[in-house]
Unconditional design. Structure first.
Length: 230
């Protein structure tokens, strides 16, 4: 009986740990969910939900070994978003980047200094009294595509940075996926600052390597460049 109880506890622990993780398989277009992995490249963790911890890995870009997807047509200025496979469970922050393909996005790998940030959900601090994470317990994140963004085909990359174990190097967990969109009716804006992924982080940034429990951070510095709003 003792062995059975221990085995049940271990299985429950493993199941809970797996269910606590998540993927971002669904593109939202004007508030409407599309099919899972229809416009989002199916990530290598689509079954395990395992995170990435090495920000220098090539997998850090889109977490896919080459999977492609269909490309959704969206208008500049319209609202799109990404839906998670379940509500985001871990305390952490969220960034969304875009990168313009030189032509068709279908087989483009997103390499080079081409990524710019369009959206983020940061942490909220209170001078060391508390820290909270508005992205927690949310399963969908939407934003407006800047009206002045040039027309063309883009990768849209979401990353949720889970910080519950981030007090040591490579303790932060990244949950990543990339959608494919074709932006129509765009303008002549110049997105930036542009960064490379991988390359945008070292993993030692104050917003990536930190203890969120003690001492409670007095401020929080969102990783990555400033948002381009057009």
């Amino acid at each position: 009986m003792q062995f059975k109880s221990l085995l049940a506890a271990v299985l429950l622990s493993v199941t809970t740990a797996t269910s606590a993780h998540y993927t971002f398989p669904t593109l939202l277009v004007n508030g409407q969910a599309t099919g899972q992995w229809q416009y989002v490249r199916r990530t290598d963790n689509y079954q395990t939900n395992a995170p990435i911890t090495d920000v220098s890995s090539q997998s850090f870009r889109c977490y896919t070994g080459g999977a492609t997807a269909s490309t959704a047509s969206v208008a500049a200025g319209s609202t799109i978003g990404i839906q998670a496979s379940q509500a985001v469970y871990h305390d952490g922050v969220l960034n969304v980047y875009m990168a313009k393909a030189p032509g068709s996005v279908a087989n483009w790998d997103g390499s080079g200094q081409v990524w710019f940030k369009v959206y983020e959900v940061s942490a909220v601090t209170n001078g060391g009294k508390s820290i909270s994470f508005p992205a927690n317990n949310v399963d969908r994140f939407s934003f407006a595509i800047p009206k002045s963004i040039p027309s063309g085909e883009y990768l849209v990359r979401v990353e949720h940075i889970a910080l519950h174990a981030a007090s040591t190097f490579q303790g932060a967990q990244f949950y990543v996926s990339c959608a494919q969109v074709s932006v129509t009716g765009g303008g002549s804006g110049q997105p930036g600052p542009l960064v490379s992924i991988p390359g945008v982080y070292t993993g030692r940034e104050p917003g990536i390597m930190l203890n969120i429990y003690y001492p409670i951070p007095t401020t929080y510095q969102q990783p990555g460049p400033t948002i381009w709003r057009g």
